[in-house]
Design a protein around this ligand. Structure first.
Ligand SMILES: Cc1cc2nc3c(=O)[nH]c(=O)nc-3n(C[C@H](O)[C@H](O)[C@H](O)COP(=O)(O)O)c2cc1C
Length: 363
């Protein structure tokens, strides 16, 4: 892995060179003017720390406990669709890389590999879900996830309709004929063929996702599974409070990597209110723009239990398959460990808001 770049940002150009330009654009892009896409990263880069000194930092422990599972690191893999667009190894290669040390992988419903094969990696794995117009499809996925050993389910709630991803519309983004949405049988997803002048994914979402989904569907999902249920895509503190009341087990503060509502608040700026709203009753995770160990540290200081990483994992996969994903996870862990040492924190539980410079008006 010596030839892989030191900075994860530099994986982007390697992925661009390795991939079909339309598929790469699908990975890279955000909604509309991509303000939120850029904003996630900018807000993380604006964080300034004030560390503690004269602490013995010989040994740093990155371990965290999340929904009853001990994880070696708070760095987790976000659910991203169609990983075989990056590399023939696809989701299986990502899962194998994650399982080497035991990083949590959240597998997408829209994967190009069946969930059972992802879970077979043996590492901790969640299945990400959408609520489909055909509730039977969602229910069948829940049952398969339970049977395959998922440790939690993650319902994405920021996609009642698809954000306008203009790169994909312009490119007429579609899955190439040799790939399919492997979690579905019987013709679901066949709509992902080329549609001139439109994104086939946008058309699929319009056809299959139910824009009427509300809290009663969350209660339904809660009632049909014994697995912990996490909501992904919450940014408003009132929704966070409601989720606790509805018996939800965890939240991911996310704006879908800037791919849904353009103009949405940067996730690191949304995090503190959500953390305050849940009052420690359930874990709150964060994703969006995490590219450095210091970004992970910032999220943990502001109350996140763990972070999810999306695009860098895809770029690592495109650049070097399983080894590329390993490189991404190792780099983030290494940077986080060094950042913690420089902050005078030897355990994740020692990362608190006091280590982040207060902003005017407070967090
Ligand atoms: C190419 C791509 C595909 C994605 N597919 C899904 C998906 O199927 N389900 C989902 O909940 N989120 C999906 N996301 C959003 C990610 O889970 C995550 O919220 C986002 O990528 C985090 O931002 P980052 O890429 O800046 O790390 C996708 C993101 C990307 C970039």
């Amino acid at each position: 892995m010596d030839d892989l770049p030191l900075r994860l940002d530099d994986l982007e150009s390697l992925a661009r060179a390795a991939m079909d330009p339309r598929a790469f654009d699908y990975y890279l892009g955000g909604a509309e003017d991509e303000h939120t896409l850029a904003g996630n990263r900018e807000a993380l880069d604006r964080i300034r720390f004030r560390g503690r000194v004269l602490v013995d930092v010989t040994s740093i422990d990155l371990g965290v406990e999340l929904l009853g599972t001990r994880l070696p690191s708070p760095v987790c893999i976000a659910p991203t669709a169609f990983q075989r667009l990056a590399h023939p190894g696809g989701e299986e290669a990502t899962a194998a890389a994650a399982a080497t040390v035991g990083h949590l992988m959240v597998a997408s419903t829209l994967a190009t590999t069946r969930f059972e094969e992802v879970a077979a990696s043996g590492g901790p794995t969640w299945l990400q879900l959408y609520v489909f117009r055909d509730r039977g499809l969602s229910e069948a996925l829940v049952q398969r996830a339970e049977a395959a050993g998922a440790t939690a389910l993650c319902l994405t709630v920021d996609t009642p309709v698809q954000g306008k991803r203009e790169r994909d519309v312009r490119n007429g983004f579609a899955l190439p004929p040799h790939l399919r949405m492997a979690n579905f049988d019987g013709g679901v997803g066949d709509g992902l063929g080329v549609r001139p002048g439109d994104s086939a994914l946008a058309a699929f979402i319009h056809e299959q996702f139910d824009p009427s989904v509300d809290w009663s569907d969350v209660a339904w999902l809660r009632s049909i599974t014994r697995l912990p249920l996490v909501l992904k895509g919450v940014t408003h503190p009132e929704d966070a409070r409601r989720a606790v009341d509805e018996g939800i087990d965890g939240l991911v503060v996310s704006n879908h990597g800037g791919r849904q509502l353009d103009g949405a608040l940067a996730t690191i700026d949304a995090l503190p209110d959500v953390v305050a709203a849940v009052q420690g009753r359930i874990p709150v995770l964060l994703d969006g723009g995490v590219r450095r160990g210091r970004h992970v540290a910032a999220a943990l200081c502001l109350g996140a239990a763990a972070v999810l990483v999306g695009r860098p994992v895809l770029y690592g996969l495109a650049a070097a398959g399983r080894d590329g994903v390993r490189h991404v996870l190792d780099t983030l862990d290494d940077e986080l460990s060094r950042t913690m040492a420089l902050l005078g924190a030897t355990r994740v539980s020692e990362l608190g808001p006091d280590l982040v410079a207060p902003r005017r008006g407070g967090w």
